[in-house]
Design a protein around this ligand. Structure first.
Ligand code: GLY
Ligand code: MN
Ligand code: MN
Length: 462
C-alpha cells in the first residue's frame, strides 16, 4: 500500500482496473470504420451480455458479449454502447454502472462513467439508469436502429419502447426511426477476418490448449476417471493463464465417444478403449477448439488404427483445401471423399454397384459421420460470419480461422461389423487461412498415431 490511490482502493475493497488485452488504437479504428459503414441516418446499439445469477444469489463469472468486446473492450454487465454518427457531443456513447463504493466492496472495481471515457475512449458516458431517458433523444431524426435484433426479448422490448417515445415527439417536428436492422451484418463479417493482434491471441489460446491436451494424454491410463482427465485439462489451462473454457470439455471413453455432445464425463477408462477429448480454452475472449482421440492404454489396436488412420487421412485432405480462393465446402467434400471410400474398403458401406460420387450424393456416410467438417472460430467457438454469400459457399480469405474436424462414430448398435461397434473418433484442429499454406494453430498436440503412442509411452517410462 504505497500510494494514496492504492489506499483508497483498499478501503473500498476494489482492486482497480485490470490491464486490457486489446489495443485501444485498434478498437478505435474498428469504431471509425463502423461509423462510416453505418451512414449518418443510423444508430448502432450494443447491449452487454446479461449476467448469470443462479437462485437470485450466486453470480457466475461474467462473460461479456463478443460483439461488445470486439468494438469497445468494455467488460462489465449492465452496459450499452452506442455509435451515433455525427452526434453532437460525440459519436461513441457508453451507458454503464456508475461508481458505487458500497457495491464495490462486495463485487469489486467498476469503471464508472469516468472510467468509460478515460479507459475506453467513449466521447460521453452516462449511468445505465439514464438509458430510457436519453435514448429517445439519441434516436431522434434517425432512420435506422441497428442492434442485435431478436437476440434478447428484453432488449427488443426496450428498443420498441424508445421508438414509441420518439414517435411521441412528432408534433415537435422530430421523426422516429422506421427501420430495425440486425447489427450482425455490420459486425460479424468484420469479426470473421482476424487482425494480427487477434491471431496472436488465437495462436496462444491454441498453444495453451495443445499443451493441456498433451498433459492429459500423459495422465491417461485404464482405470482413470474421465473427470480426472477433465480436471487435468482445466488446471493445465488455468495454470497458463486461461481460466475459462470456450465450451464444456467432452471426455468420452469407449462408446461414449459416439455421443457428439457428451459432457457428463462420468465414465472410467477401460483397457482397450479409445478416449475422445474435445476441449479448448478461451483466452482473453478468444476460443480454441481441439479434439484428439487416443488409446486409454497407450497402444492402438489394429481395428482402432484402421478407423483412426481413415479419419486422419480425411482430416489432412480437408486441411489441404483451406486455401484462399477455395470455398467453404471444399474441405468437407474432401473429407467425405476419403471417409466414404474408406468406409467402403472397410466393409461398413456396401456400395451395391454405386460409384463413390453416388454414395456421397446418397449420404451413405451419414450413419457414421453426421456433422459438418468444421465451423468458423474466433471470439466464439462457433464463430460468426456467413458460410454462404448470394446462395453460394463463400471463398476463403487470409485471416479467416476455422476448425477442421472430421470423425467416425460407429454406435454400439450400428449396422456394422462387430469389431468396429462402439468406436468414436474425431480429430479436430484450428486452421488459419493464409496467403499460402494453411497454418494449423493447434499443431502443438500430436495426432499422428505413432507420435501419440510415443508421447504416452514417455509418460509411463518417466
Ligand atoms: N467443441 C465443439 C465443436 O467441436 O464444435
Ligand atoms: Mn469444433
Ligand atoms: Mn470441438
Amino acid at each position: 500500500m504505497k500510494d494514496a490511490q492504492t489506499h483508497t482502493q483498499a478501503q473500498t475493497g476494489a482492486a482497480g482496473p485490470a490491464p486490457l488485452p486489446y489495443s485501444a488504437a485498434e478498437l478505435k479504428r474498428r469504431r471509425r470504420d463502423l461509423l462510416k459503414a453505418l451512414g449518418d441516418d443510423a444508430v448502432l446499439l450494443l447491449p452487454a451480455a446479461p449476467e448469470v445469477i443462479r437462485n437470485r444469489d450466486v453470480h457466475h463469472p461474467y462473460r461479456q458479449s463478443s460483439d461488445l468486446t470486439w468494438l469497445t473492450a468494455f467488460p462489465e454487465p449492465e452496459a450499452v454502447a452506442v455509435l451515433a454518427p455525427k452526434r453532437k457531443g460525440g459519436a461513441f456513447v457508453l451507458f454503464c454502472r456508475p461508481h458505487d463504493p458500497e457495491r464495490e466492496i462486495w463485487d469489486g472495481y467498476r469503471y464508472g462513467v469516468e472510467g468509460a471515457v478515460e479507459h475506453f475512449g467513449a466521447d460521453e458516458a452516462f449511468p445505465i439508469g439514464e438509458l430510457d431517458e436519453r435514448m429517445p433523444e439519441i434516436l431522434s431524426n434517425r432512420r435506422r436502429v441497428v442492434y442485435p435484433l431478436g437476440l434478447d426479448d428484453n432488449v427488443d422490448r426496450r428498443v420498441i419502447g424508445w421508438l414509441r417515445a420518439v414517435r411521441g415527439l412528432a408534433r415537435k417536428g422530430i421523426s422516429a426511426p422506421t427501420e430495425l436492422v440486425s447489427s450482425d451484418q455490420y459486425l460479424h463479417e468484420r469479426r470473421l477476418i482476424k487482425s494480427r493482434s487477434e491471431l496472436k491471441l488465437m495462436r496462444r489460446a491454441a498453444a495453451i490448449s495443445a499443451s493441456a491436451h498433451r498433459r492429459l494424454m500423459q495422465t491417461a491410463e485404464p482405470g482413470c476417471a474421465e473427470q480426472r482427465l477433465e480436471a487435468s485439462f482445466l488446471s493445465a489451462c488455468a495454470e497458463q493463464g486461461a481460466r475459462f473454457q470456450a465450451y464444456p470439455p467432452i471426455v468420452g471413453s469407449g462408446a461414449q465417444a459416439c455421443v457428439l455432445h457428451y459432457v457428463e464425463n462420468v465414465g472410467v477408462l477401460a483397457d482397450g478403449d479409445l478416449v475422445l477429448v474435445d476441449a479448448g480454452c478461451e483466452l482473453d475472449g478468444y476460443a480454441s477448439d481441439i479434439t484428439r482421440t487416443f488409446p486409454a492404454n497407450g497402444r492402438f489396436t489394429d481395428v482402432q488404427r484402421r478407423l483412426y488412420d481413415l479419419v486422419l487421412a480425411a482430416q489432412l485432405a480437408a486441411i489441404e483445401k483451406v486455401r484462399p480462393g477455395n470455398h467453404w465446402n471444399q474441405p468437407h467434400k474432401a473429407a467425405l471423399k476419403v471417409l466414404t471410400q474408406g468406409l467402403v474398403d472397410l466393409g461398413l458401406i456396401k456400395p451395391e454397384g454405386a460409384d463413390l460420387k453416388q454414395l456421397i450424393k446418397d449420404e451413405r456416410y451419414k450413419p457414421f459421420f453426421m456433422h459438418k467438417t468444421g465451423h468458423w472460430l474466433g471470439m466464439d467457438v462457433h464463430d460468426v460470419g456467413q458460410y454462404k454469400q448470394d446462395g453460394r459457399w463463400r471463398r476463403f480469405e487470409p485471416g479467416m480461422v476455422l476448425t477442421v474436424e472430421p470423425g467416425l462414430y460407429i454406435a454400439p448398435d450400428a449396422e456394422a461389423p462387430a469389431e468396429y461397434r462402439g468406436i468414436g473418433i474425431r480429430i479436430e484442429d484450428d486452421v488459419l487461412v493464409t496467403e499460402g499454406d494453411p497454418e494449423v494453430l493447434s499443431a502443438g498436440v500430436p495426432k499422428d498415431p505413432e507420435a501419440i503412442e510415443a508421447l504416452m509411452a514417455s509418460a509411463r517410462s518417466g
